[in-house]
Design a protein around this ligand. Structure first.
Ligand code: GAR
Length: 255
């Protein structure tokens, strides 16, 4: 972008990476004041990695499955990880017994420590989750957000939150019989898909639409919404405020 300051972002993917592609394309046409510093994946088969390589962006893999297995084999926990602290802050697991809770957070700590270490050299301003199918614990979120008043992790979700959080937003929307579907970009907090909403796009679900048609319409909206929200962040136009006990995003007017 001519003469404008750019922010550095990292992008995480788990799958094909069509949202990553939309972000790469938006950068290439000068629509984003952003440098994509790195692209990471939670599995070596993520198709998004090839898209990044083609665009000349450095990539890395934090292999969640392998790291989870290594914890079972007794791999040591990161020195700065405290189960008590994470358990007190989290709202991912409710009513879980102590053993389940311990296993859940300890194995994620290994993966999240690896992610934090791989991201650190890039000194990113913002981490963008573009189809990253892992939840983050307070260990990672606090590590990434350290030193910033604004949250630093942004996620895209395939439903109109707070409806249909979880792993199958379009499927859940379709099976419920909704007449409107949509996608949401939000900051990541300690819950699942529960953080402050930055932007949403909607689309009509027509009687003749099957699930594939819904996904197609939804993705087309995602590819427009995500770059819009990232650009708002880059322009410093997002503010998180407290409104009646809930943290919400205020979008400040542009110049
Ligand atoms: C997108 O629909 C995104 O909203 C969804 O995964 C898909 C990734 O597509 N993300 C989630 O469900 C996150 N919980 P892509 O790899 O083609 O960008």
């Amino acid at each position: 972008m001519d003469g404008k300051e750019t922010i550095k972002i990292g992008v995480l993917v788990s799958g094909g990476g069509s949202n990553l592609q939309a972000i790469i394309d938006a950068v290439n046409v000068g629509a984003l004041d952003v440098e994509i510093a790195c692209v990471g994946a939670d599995n070596p088969g993520a198709g998004g990695l090839a898209r990044a390589e083609k665009a000349g962006i450095p990539t890395f893999v934090t292999d969640y499955s392998a790291l989870f297995a290594s914890r079972k084999d007794g791999a040591p926990l990161p020195g700065d990880f405290s189960l008590e602290e994470v358990a007190a802050k989290q709202s991912l697991l409710k009513d879980a017994d102590p053993e389940t809770l311990k296993a859940f957070f300890e194995k994620r700590a290994l993966a999240e420590a690896d992610l934090l270490a791989r991201l650190a050299p890039y000194k990113i301003d913002l981490l963008v989750l573009a189809g990253f199918m892992r939840v983050f614990t307070p260990y990672f979120i606090d590590g990434l957000n350290a030193g910033s008043t604004l949250p630093r992790i942004m996620n895209i979700h395939p439903a109109l939150l707070p409806a249909f959080p979880g792993t199958d937003g379009y499927g859940d929307t379709f099976r419920y019989g909704c007449k409107v579907g949509g996608c949401t970009v939000h900051f990541v907090d300690y819950g699942e898909d529960s953080g402050p909403i930055i932007g949403q796009h909607s689309f009509a679900i027509l009687p003749e639409d099957d699930l594939d048609a819904v996904k197609k319409k939804g993705l087309a909206e995602e590819w427009r919404l995500f770059p819009e929200c990232i650009q708002l962040y880059a322009e410093g136009r997002l503010n998180v405020v407290e409104r009646e006990g809930t943290r919400v995003v205020n979008v400040l007017p542009g110049e």
